[in-house]
Design a protein around this ligand. Structure first.
Ligand code: ZN
Length: 196
């Protein structure tokens, strides 16, 4: 397996509607382990599969951000948010939008249903930061990014920074350092066929 990399906006993987995985095998476990490594290296607290250009419905979190706190590590495979309650606003960032932050309204409490690494189904009822991270990562696998959910005023502040990222990405594509969108989408479709 080639090594994974966090891809920045506007990589097409980030707008992909991810597909359910049908098998939890050694290769998938190795990918998930790499996702945790990349998340800690980048000082993140959550990472979705499509942020490393894998079109699968799964994400990892560790709300403590501390790699030594293994009991805070959770893998959500084929998750569904089955309940949302309340609303509160707090600042978020995203490893696919480096240096960009903004206040995002989220449910204060969510109940999520998912499968763990051993294929066991579990349900989690969480509030606060845990609920926020889960909603942020769940959005990713639906192809939704946090700027989609901010107010017009916050968006106005973030827009120039987002455009900088887009310009940089398109320049790298023009220079052949990153494949074209069509090629990236072909790669995603191939990965999708492989395990969904
Ligand atoms: Zn994110």
């Amino acid at each position: 397996m080639s090594s994974l990399k966090i891809v920045p906006h506007p990589h097409p993987a980030l707008r992909w509607k991810s597909k359910e995985v049908t098998q939890i095998d050694a290769e998938l476990k190795a990918m998930i382990s790499q996702m945790f490594d990349l998340m800690y290296e980048s000082r993140g607290i959550g990472l979705a599969a499509n942020q490393v250009a894998l079109p699968y419905r799964l994400f990892v979190i560790n709300p403590s951000g501390d790699s030594s706190m293994k009991d805070e590590e959770f893998v959500f495979i084929n998750p569904e948010i089955i309940r949302r309650n309340g609303s509160e606003e707090s600042e978020e960032g995203c490893l696919s939008l480096p240096g960009i932050y903004g206040a995002v309204p989220r449910a204060t409490r969510v109940v999520v249903d998912a499968f763990d690494l051993s294929g066991r189904q579990f349900e989690m009822d969480v509030t606060g930061l845990d609920a926020r991270v889960i909603q942020h990562e769940y959005d990713h696998i639906e192809g939704v990014m946090f700027p989609d959910r901010v107010s017009a005023a916050v968006m106005k502040e973030m827009q120039p920074l987002i455009e900088d990222l887009e310009r940089e990405f398109h320049q790298k594509q023009a220079a052949g350092m990153i494949p074209t969108d069509d090629e990236l989408k072909r790669q995603l479709l191939d990965l999708e066929k492989l395990r969904t």
